[in-house]
Design a protein around this ligand. Structure first.
Ligand SMILES: C[S@@+](CC[C@H](N)C(=O)[O-])C[C@H]1O[C@@H](n2cnc3c(N)ncnc32)[C@H](O)[C@@H]1O
Length: 218
């Protein structure tokens, strides 16, 4: 069974996954989203909150967090949601968590020309400084997105390490000799007398593609 799509919305991804043959259960705290999801009939759906799951320990093969990490503006709540995902997934299972990049509104502003608006610029400044995204004109500009938390990519990785990877890293932090692949590469590069060349290599080995795919507001 594929785990709950938390933050499932009306079920776009859930329907796709169900079509691939997975058994999917979607959770969302918004009744209208759950009603729309249930109309698909190819998966189950229920009201629920990623911070408090009713599922038992190790009861799903995979958990997808497709919304809570950016809708929960308090760090403790985001960590609770990650901890719950970790709790209900089987050993060796997968937790897939989506965040919105700290740089999303800046990139959106550059793309759309919204940076010419002083209110938008002030919002971007606040986003970049704090990650706390607040639309100053939600009625006039709903396209500036709603209240959200925008992660710095390193921060998202740190949260995953704290709550999800803690006892079971999902990528090889250590090589067989007991040191990290990045450290090994840096060391051997130093031995060749070229520390500078090691830096791009370290980034390339990063498993999480920092900054590579901000979920832009549309
Ligand atoms: C922007 S929508 C994304 C929907 C869908 N996953 C997608 O990518 O198209 C985020 C969803 O997260 C849900 N959400 C917000 N807070 C949540 C929470 N604490 N637990 C579970 N879902 C939550 C919202 O109700 C909303 O449906």
């Amino acid at each position: 069974m594929l785990g709950p799509g938390r933050g499932g919305g009306p079920g776009v991804y859930a329907e796709w996954l169900a079509g691939l043959g997975y058994r999917v259960h979607l959770l969302d705290p918004v009744a209208r989203h759950v009603e729309e999801a249930l109309a698909h009939a190819s998966f189950t759906a229920a009201l629920g909150d990623a911070r408090h799951l009713e599922a038992g320990n190790a009861s799903y093969d995979a958990v997808l967090l497709m919304g809570p990490l950016y809708h929960l503006t308090e760090r403790a709540d985001r960590l609770r949601a990650l901890g719950e995902a970790r709790r209900v997934v089987v050993p060796g299972g997968r937790v897939i968590a989506v965040g919105i990049s700290r740089f999303a509104s800046l990139l959106d502003g550059l793309r759309s020309g919204w940076l010419n608006d002083a209110r938008f610029r002030a919002m971007v400044d606040h986003d970049l400084a704090t990650g706390q995204h607040r639309n100053p004109a939600p009625d006039e500009h709903p396209e500036w997105f709603t209240t959200a938390y925008l992660h710095h990519p390193f921060e998202l990785r740190a949260s995953l390490r704290m709550r999800v990877w803690r006892s079971r890293p999902s990528w090889p932090l250590k090589d067989q000799a007991g040191s990290s692949p990045a450290a090994t590469q840096l060391r051997s590069s130093k031995q060749r007398g070229s520390r500078a060349r090691a830096q791009p290599a370290r980034r390339n080995r990063s498993p999480d593609g920092y900054c590579s795919s901000p979920q832009l507001n549309r």
